[in-house]
Design a protein around this ligand. Structure first.
Ligand code: CO
Length: 209
């Protein structure tokens, strides 16, 4: 049970290291934040945003949930995006999925997970939309990997359907929207999609300027 103490001890060492390298390190970070990137990733413990991108404190504005979803009724996600785009004026938003995602695998199963079904429904809908492509793949592993990619692309497109993004695109041509996937087996990130201000969604999703 005492294992948690390792984290507190590690924090002490980390503070000492940072202060040793740069005495005003925390004082400067404490003044303000000016991140260029939003990271929307999965809650999975094996995909730590800063670690896999080599980013330092102050560089990434992070939102994580199960299976890196962008759900339009999720007030938490919308608040993150609104604040990051309007106030922090970020240049890039990265949606990052990962192969082996437990959330996507759960959505592919027919198991009843109770309340969690409602969250997984979004991924099931994505699977249904791409049923032809997925069912043509040779096995469950290939279908899982492809659905993980399709899910990322769909979440990027969900971002483009928000008025917050469309307004920033019209006035400032930012942020760029990126869809990436992380391979836990190799540690590598792969780019799947990039949407910029010329990639407006279907007309029915466009707001008046
Ligand atoms: Co996951």
């Amino acid at each position: 049970m005492d294992c948690y103490k390792r984290l507190l001890a590690s924090n002490q060492r980390w503070v000492a290291e940072r202060m040793g390298a740069q005495p005003d390190y925390f004082a400067r970070l404490n003044e303000n934040q000016d991140p260029e990137y939003v990271w929307i990733g999965c809650s999975d413990s094996r995909v730590p945003a800063e670690t896999v991108t080599g980013c330092q404190p102050g560089e990434l504005f992070v939102h994580r949930n199960v299976a890196n979803q962008v759900v339009h009724t999720d007030l938490n996600m919308l608040t993150v995006i609104f604040y990051a785009v309007q106030a922090l004026r970020v240049r890039h938003i990265i949606v990052c999925g990962h192969y082996g995602c437990g959330g996507v695998k759960a959505a592919m199963s027919r198991q009843d997970f109770g309340l969690i079904n409602r969250w997984l429904q979004n991924i099931k809908d994505c699977a249904e939309r791409h049923q032809d492509e997925l069912s043509a793949l040779p096995d469950e592993e290939a279908r899982s990997r492809r659905l993980i990619e399709l899910n990322v692309v769909e979440q990027v497109d969900h971002l483009a359907k928000t008025s917050v993004i469309q307004r920033a695109w019209a006035t400032e041509g930012r942020p760029w929207l990126h869809g990436w996937v992380y391979d836990m087996a190799t540690g590598r990130l792969k780019e799947l999609v990039l949407r910029t201000s010329t990639d407006l969604p279907h007309r029915v999703h466009r707001f008046e300027p």
